[in-house]
Design a protein around this ligand. Structure first.
Ligand code: CTP
Length: 399
C-alpha cells in the first residue's frame, strides 16, 4: 500500500527525533521514496548524515544554501503525504499562525498533499492551553494529528506527550494514503440489489419495478476500488461486470435475508439497495391457481426486514447503509430509518423527483448520516451517484 509512495518527512527539535530514524527505516523497508526536511534545531538531536543515509536522499534544511534556493513548492507538490514527526511545540505554534522562517514551515504552507503530525513534548507543555488551541487550529486547517502516548518523558516525568511509536505512525500513513486513493483493498462489502419476487403460485409472483441498476452500480464501484464484493441480486435482467464481484442470485425476500445474515459477518460495509418486498403470500400454492372464482383474496404476511436485522447484528467498525425510496416527507422518513434500523447512512431518493427512481439511468439522492450530516446531490447517472455514495462511505470508514 505504501510501495512507490512519495513520503516527505519533517523532523523538528525534540528528543523523540531519534524515532524518526526508525520511521525512515520502516518506510524504506516498505518501498516508499523518502525525502527528509529538518528544522535547524532538530540537527542537535539527530544528524542529517544519519537521516540522509537511511532515506537514501540528501536531507534538506535551509531555505537558501549558498546562492541556491530550496524549492519548497516543488517539495510540497512532489509528496503524496507530508509527515511531521516529531512535531515540537515551537513548530506547532508556527504552523498554527502561518509563520515560515525555515524550509520545513515554508513547505508546510505550500503543501497540497495530506499533512500528518506526530506531536512530542513534555506533559505540561502538552496540556498548556496555548498548545491545545494550536492543535485545534491546525486540525481545523485539515491536518491529521497522531495522538501522543502516555509514558516516561525526557524530563523524567511520567505522563502524556510521548510521540507515537514509529509503527503507529506508519499505520496512520497507510490509512491516510488509502483514504486519499479511496482504496478499499482488503475490505469486504455486501450489497443487495434488484427486486424480490414473492411467489403466489408456480407461475405468478408479487414484485416491483426495481431494475437493480443502482445497487449493481454500487457493487461495481466498490469492486473497482479493491473491495471483495458480495452482491445479493434479486431477479434482474441487468448484466453485472463481474470483476471482483461474487454474485448471489436470489428470488425471494427470505432467500435474500438468509444470505445477507451469513455474509454480514466479516463484512466491513453493507449497502442495502434492494427493493425488498415488504409482504409475501402466507400460502404459496403448489399448483397454478385456476380462475374459478370472481374474487380472489390473497393473505399476505410481513417479510423480515433485512436492514433492521443487520442493524441489530452490527459491530463496531461495520458501516451499514440503507436506502429510502419515498413519495412524501422523504427527509423525516429517512431520518426515522437511520434510527429505527440502526443504519450509519441512509440514501434518500424521491419518486417525486424527475430523473430519480426505478428503471431509469439517473438518480438524485440525499445522503443522511448518523453524525447529523446531510449531503444533497444533483441528478446524475447512476454510476456517478454510486461514486458519491462510495466516497461518503470511504470518508466515514477512515474518519
Ligand atoms: N429493506 C430490507 N428488508 C426489507 C425491506 C426493506 O432490507 N424487508 C431495506 C431496503 O433495502 C432499504 C431500506 O430497507 O435499504 C428501506 O426500505 P423501504 O421499503 O423504503 O422502507 P421500509 O422500512 O420497508 O418502510 P416503508 O415501506 O414503511 O417505507
Amino acid at each position: 500500500m505504501i510501495q512507490g509512495k512519495k513520503i516527505l518527512l519533517g523532523v523538528t527539535g525534540s528528543i523523540a527525533a531519534y524515532k524518526s530514524l526508525l520511521l525512515v527505516r520502516l518506510l524504506i523497508r516498505d518501498g516508499a521514496a523518502v525525502r527528509v526536511i529538518q528544522t535547524p534545531a532538530s540537527r542537535d538531536f539527530v544528524t542529517p548524515l544519519s537521516l540522509a543515509t537511511l532515506s537514501k536522499n540528501p536531507v534538506l534544511s535551509d531555505l537558501f544554501a549558498g546562492d541556491t534556493w530550496a524549492n519548497h513548492v516543488e517539495l510540497g507538490r512532489w509528496a503524496d503525504i507530508f509527515v511531521i514527526a516529531p512535531l515540537s511545540a515551537n513548530t506547532l505554534a508556527r504552523m498554527a499562525t502561518g509563520l515560515c522562517d525555515n524550509l520545513l514551515l515554508a513547505t508546510y504552507l505550500s503543501a497540497v498533499c495530506p499533512v500528518l503530525v506526530a506531536p512530542a513534548m513534555d506533559e505540561d507543555m502538552w496540556h498548556h492551553p496555548a498548545t491545545r488551541e494550536n492543535l485545534r487550529r491546525i486540525q481545523g486547517y485539515g491536518n491529521r494529528i497522531i495522538p501522543v502516548e502516555k509514558g516516561e518523558l525526557a524530563s523524567g516525568l511520567y505522563g502524556d506527550g510521548r510521540m507515537a511509536e514509529p509503527e503507529t505512525i506508519l499505520e496512520f500513513i497507510k490509512t491516510t494514503l488509502a483514504e486519499k486513493s479511496g482504496s478499499l483493498s482488503g475490505k469486504k462489502a455486501l450489497v443487495t440489489a434488484g427486486p424480490t419476487h414473492e411467489a403466489i403460485d408456480p407461475v405468478r409472483f408479487i414484485g416491483n419495478h426495481s431494475s437493480g441498476k443502482m445497487g449493481i452500480a454500487i457493487a461495481e464501484e466498490l469492486a473497482s476500488r479493491g473491495a471483495e464484493v458480495h452482491l445479493v441480486l434479486g431477479p434482474s435482467s441487468q448484466v453485472v461486470d463481474g470483476a471482483g464481484i461474487i454474485l448471489h442470485p436470489v428470488t425471494s425476500a427470505e432467500e435474500m435475508h438468509q444470505i445477507c445474515v451469513a455474509e454480514f459477518a466479516g463484512a466491513d460495509i453493507a449497502v442495502l439497495a434492494a427493493a425488498v418486498a415488504d409482504y409475501t403470500p402466507v400460502e404459496k400454492a403448489s399448483e397454478k391457481i385456476k380462475k374459478k372464482e370472481d374474487r380472489l383474496v390473497l393473505e399476505l404476511t410481513k417479510t423480515k426486514d433485512i436492514l433492521k436485522t443487520l442493524g441489530g447484528l452490527k459491530k463496531p467498525g461495520q458501516t451499514l447503509v440503507g436506502f429510502a425510496l419515498e413519495t412524501t416527507n422523504g427527509r423525516s422518513y429517512a431520518l426515522d430509518k437511520l434510527q429505527s434500523k440502526n443504519a450509519d447512512l441512509i440514501v434518500l431518493n424521491s419518486l417525486r423527483d424527475e430523473g430519480a427512481g426505478f428503471g431509469i439511468d439517473t438518480n438524485k439522492v440525499t445522503i443522511f448520516g448518523r453524525d447529523g450530516s446531510e449531503l444533497a446531490f444533483e441528478k446524475k447517472p447512476k454510476q456517478q451517484v454510486a461514486k458519491d455514495i462510495v466516497d461518503t462511505i470511504v470518508k466515514r470508514l477512515y474518519a
